[in-house]
Design a protein around this ligand. Structure first.
Ligand code: AMP
Length: 190
């Protein structure tokens, strides 16, 4: 795997985090998950966390400028220089455009966007299970429904954005964790 900048794209519950954690280790890339970064900032009640909390709790997107600023700083950390898997970013067209600029400034380019294709009933099933296991505050039923709606309206347009730029590969996101991991490896090797 000679990729340096890979985006994992898909709805909440699609399995991006599980796969990104493992494959980042395997490929020697940094795992950059904006949701994890926001949860840490909220838990630590930093200025950024306080800005993000009301949006996060409702399952809304945190404003672009806040998340873009946070990501821009993260990409300048030394461990990101060898390459990154971006998990949960970009989520809007404005974020995708900002990412292009940020990478250009760093002399890098986006290699591939892996879209995790999972049906809505399966997403609901997984998110409900995750609520029981991890107790994530934004996995409550009303918030989950809102996050899926936000995904459909604000994030799904990125599929054609990246298809038009010949960056998109699609992976079936249902099946065992190992089978999906194999499909991702294969999609990026081809
Ligand atoms: P995640 O863990 O990726 O599902 O993200 C959890 C929550 O964090 C989302 O529902 C948003 O409130 C916020 N969030 C994470 N990434 C972003 C992003 N790229 N843009 C805006 N909000 C985000």
């Amino acid at each position: 795997m000679s990729m340096r900048v890979v985006v994992f794209l898909g709805p909440p519950g699609a399995g991006k985090g599980t796969q990104a954690r493992e494959l980042a280790r395997e490929w020697g890339l940094a795992h950059v998950a904006t949701g994890d970064m926001l949860r840490e900032a909220i838990a630590a009640a930093t200025a950024l966390g306080r800005q993000a909390k009301t949006y996060y709790d409702r399952g809304e997107l945190v404003p672009d400028d806040v998340v873009i600023g946070m990501l821009g700083e993260r990409l300048q950390q030394p461990d990101a220089a060898d390459g990154v898997i971006l998990d949960g970013f970009p989520r809007t067209i404005a974020q995708a455009e900002a990412l292009e600029r940020l990478l250009k400034d760093l002399g890098q380019d986006l290699d591939r966007v892996v879209f995790f294709d999972v049906s809505e009933p399966e997403l609901l099933r997984r998110l409900t299970a995750r609520r029981a296991l991890e107790g994530r505050a934004d996995d409550s039923e009303a918030t989950v429904r809102n996050r899926l709606k936000v995904y459909a309206t604000q994030t799904e347009p990125l599929l054609s954005y990246y298809r038009d730029r010949s960056r998109l590969v699609t992976v079936g996101g249902e099946g065992s964790v190992d089978a999906i991991r194999g499909a991702i490896r294969q999609a990026l090797a081809g």
